[in-house]
Design a protein around this ligand. Structure first.
Ligand code: C2E
Ligand code: MG
Ligand code: MG
Length: 761
């Protein structure tokens, strides 16, 4: 039903008026006819003839019948009218749109049931309410304009606005308004209201869907016949195809050809049974490149459940795949050389042991350490060092059989794992020896590093294994031990592990385990080795760690410090030493002459590099009350290789608090002069290796003199360590040395002995 309806409800419809006047007309006509007949008879003939009366009565009767017929017709018309009215009200009231008549002043005059239901109020209560009270405040202007336009033009274009139900609940409405005249001729507005909340929501959904479609994932929509209807921008970016190039085609054009028909059959079966398929698939870009993508396909169904479209989302996983591969490689391959790393070697060893167990054949492990690699690294730089390592790896790989493994353990250490050697131990040893000699020859060939023709050698340790007779860990240790023997024996040679070495291997393993307990069980103590000025005056001491092992007796630091460094235990050990020394300093603070003596503490590179080192030391100084002026830290040259700025920062910070610094073992490592100049040290310690030989070796003597001169030019004090004879002391004095430490003066002493020594001095 349109709003332009001409019905004039509730005034009587025109049909009802017509029927009434027809009934009246017939009645009037009949009465008129009877009166005329009677009048005529009375006028024409005084005495009414029988005939005339009968005729008149007959005519009357005819008219009566006519009238009755008319009445009958009228009743039928009226019934019809009633039915029409009922139908009309039904339609009016139950129309799917809400219907209101509103006066010019804006009052609701009447409304249909739908309107009452929509606005949530009884029809009776609706009448006389202002229509605008059902319009949301924010949309009053919209309604006002709409209302005004309807009044001025008779009909306003439809408008959408938000209305409120009687209880305030908002809904979206579409209004159509036209004017009409009511029974009294007054203008009224007929407003048709449709609830469009659903449509608005669907519109919003569509807009959201449109935005989502232009997401960063590549998307494609096909119809039920798999013809591409739409693709987004990301699709174009990933595949290289513009929308025009693919619309109307099938997704088959992206196929890499790497998946067979079975793959796609399974895919479609999954889509239809579960409503979604997700998985990795290889597609081909426009430029031909095949790439992995994570694909999701889901069907879109209509209300009846029929598939109307398919939506496919592609997620290019090339980058992720690359990263995955990189991570996997990093986990198992050495980054510098590309050969397997320790993890992969261990894995191969496990397999080799299983095979060996089954076949009863021997396997062998060769442990290869480059001679003097550290020197090369320090002098030529890390880039050249890496190049050398790469070349070494290539030469090793070139020399082995397929099935054998070359691995790099780190630093300049390589391992070759030989599998499936002979079942006879002597044969197997010979086979291993041949490989070992080949390795030595290959590595001794010159290396071209940039412009430099470098010559290097290696030391190789070898050990045999069979099945699970020895643990992986021990096999590695045996080969390592044998390698050390090769080094000891003069380098550039192969040395086989022999069972007597096993004792050393075991001892090392055992030490490692018991070192952890040493701290806990107070097996560690500090000895103090006196230091003297040129005039023979005691000026301080160096604190040296001693380990009183319950079984092995005193263990020298040379044995356990490297072990502690490898295991990281050096950090706890170092803390313990610093705390111990600071406590000692605090204790000596009011005892002459001990309170005039400085204590030097060895700090391992690993310990000093710790970010919190300076804070920790300052905290210990604070807690113990030790005077930093009497504390000297001995650093080694290996610290000068990495992150010198950080080193300088730390040294400067501690120096500012009064802590002194000495460079230990000076002359054995790599010290860039420019770094030395920047480092605010107080003292260098000439390494005992020079001191030992100053008297026999003119070379060493020259070096010792040179070191003293160099240090003095940098305004550093020079102390010689390892001085064990008067002659050495005299030579060093003549070279200009400032201070001395060594067995000639005293060994390192337990604290009580040192205290007594100081009192006597
Ligand atoms: P270093 O710092 O160079 O210590 C000097 C070493 O030379 C000491 O060996 C000392 O006993 C020894 N020595 C002293 N005078 C003579 C001599 O006249 N002749 C000979 N042949 N040797 C002499 P020690 O105590 O065995 O220490 C060895 C190394 O262990 C030290 O070398 C130091 O690098 C390290 N070390 C010792 N204690 C600690 C510590 O508390 N922390 C750290 N990180 N390292 C320590
Ligand atoms: Mg030292
Ligand atoms: Mg030293």
């Amino acid at each position: 039903m349109g709003h332009k309806s001409q019905h004039h409800h509730p005034s009587m419809p025109p049909m009802a008026n017509d029927a009434l006047s027809a009934e009246q007309a017939i009645r009037q006509r009949a009465e008129e006819a009877l009166r005329q007949q009677t009048d005529r008879a009375l006028e024409e003939d005084e005495s009414l003839s029988h005939e005339a009366i009968r005729e008149a009565l007959l005519e009357l009767r005819v008219h009566q019948i006519e009238l009755e017929m008319q009445n009958e017709e009228l009743r039928r018309a009226q019934l019809e009218l009633e039915a029409a009215r009922a139908r009309y009200f039904d339609i009016y009231d139950l129309a799917p749109v809400a219907y209101c008549s509103v006066s010019q002043a804006g009052l609701i005059l009447e409304a249909n049931l739908t309107a009452a239901t929509l606005l949530g109020v009884a029809r009776g209560a609706l009448v006389k309410l202002r229509f605008s009270r059902f319009i949301r405040k924010a949309d009053q202007d919209v309604f006002y304009l709409h209302h005004k336009q309807a009044l001025s033009t008779g009909q306003a274009p439809g408008c959408d606005l938000r209305m409120l139900k009687f209880d305030g609940q908002p809904f979206w409405a579409h209004l159509e308004t036209a004017t009409a005249q009511d029974a009294d001729g007054a203008t009224v507005l007929r407003i048709v209201i449709s609830d469009i909340t659903e449509r608005k929501r669907a519109d919003a959904d569509l807009r959201i869907a449109a935005v989502a479609f232009e997401s960063q994932h590549s998307m494609m929509v096909t119809n039920a016949h798999h013809l591409i209807l739409r693709v987004n921008r990301a699709f174009t970016e990933v595949t290289g195809y513009a929308a025009e190039e693919v619309i109307g085609k099938t997704p088959g054009m992206l196929s890499s050809g790497l998946h067979d028909a079975h793959f796609f059959r399974t895919m479609w079966k999954t889509i239809h049974s579960t409503g979604i398929w997700q998985g990795e698939i290889f597609d081909r870009r426009k430029n031909g490149e095949v790439y992995p993508t994570w694909l999701t396909i889901s069907p879109v169904r209509d209300g009846a459940g029929t598939v109307t479209h398919y939506v496919a989302t592609h997620f290019d996983i090339t980058e992720r795949k690359k990263a995955d591969r990189k991570i996997a490689e990093m986990a198992f391959f050495d980054i510098v050389t590309g050969v397997p790393n320790r993890a992969l070697l261990l894995d191969h060893m496990k397999q080799a042991m299983t095979v060996s167990e089954r076949n009863r054949t021997f396997g062998a492990l060769l442990f290869i350490d480059l001679d003097h690699f550290k020197t090369l690294n320090d002098t030529l730089g890390h880039d050249q060092g890496d190049r050398l390592l790469k070349t070494v790896a290539q030469r090793l790989v070139a020399g082995i059989r397929e099935g054998d493994t070359v691995a790099r353990l780190g630093g300049d250490e390589f391992v070759i794992l030989l599998e499936n050697l002979n079942a006879n131990i002597d044969e197997a040893a010979t086979q291993t020896e041949i490989v070992g000699e080949k390795v030595l020859a290959a590595l001794a060939r010159p290396y071209l590093l940039g412009a430099v023709d470098h010559r290097g050698t290696a030391s190789v340790g070898a050990t045999l294994f069979r099945g699970h007779e020895t643990s992986i860990d021990n096999i590695l240790k045996q080969a390592d031990m044998a390698m050390y023997k090769a080094k000891e024996a003069g380098r550039n040679r192969l040395h086989f592990f022999d069972p007597t070495m096993q004792i050393l291997v075991l001892r090392r393993a055992e030490l490692e385990a018991s070192l952890r307990g040493a701290l806990r069980e107070s097996q560690l103590e500090l000895h103090y080795q006196p230091q003297f000025a040129g005039d023979g005056k005691l000026i301080g001491s160096e604190a040296l760690l001693r380990w009183r092992h319950p079984v092995h007796g005193t263990v020298a630091p040379a044995e356990f410090i490297p072990l502690a460094e490898q295991t990281g235990l050096i950090l706890a050990l170092g803390d313990w030493v610093l705390e111990n020394v600071c406590n000692q300093l605090a204790k000596w603070a009011d005892q002459l002459p001990l309170n005039r003596l400085a204590v030097a503490v060895n700090v391992s590179a690993r310990q000093f590099r710790e970010a919190a080192f300076a804070d920790k030391l300052l905290a210990i100084l604070g807690a113990t009350g030790a005077n930093p002026k009497y504390l000297t830290l001995e650093l080694t040259e290996s610290l000068l290789v990495h992150d010198v700025d950080d080193l300088i920062e730390k040294v400067s910070r501690l120096k500012a608090r009064g802590v002194g610094f000495a460079l230990d073992d000076f002359g054995t490592g790599y010290s860039s002069l420019s770094y030395l100049k920047r480092l605010p040290l107080d003292q260098v310690k000439i390494d005992q290796s020079f001191v030992r030989d100053v008297l026999d070796d003119s070379n060493e003597a020259a070096i010792a003199r040179g070191i003293v001169a160099l240090a003095h030019s940098l305004e550093l004090e020079v102390i010689a360590e390892g001085v064990d004879s008067e002659a050495q002391r005299d030579f060093l004095a003549s070279a200009g040395c400032d201070a001395y430490q060594g067995y000639f003066f005293s060994q390192a002493l337990p604290v009580d002995d040192f205290e007594a020594f100081a009192l006597r001095a």
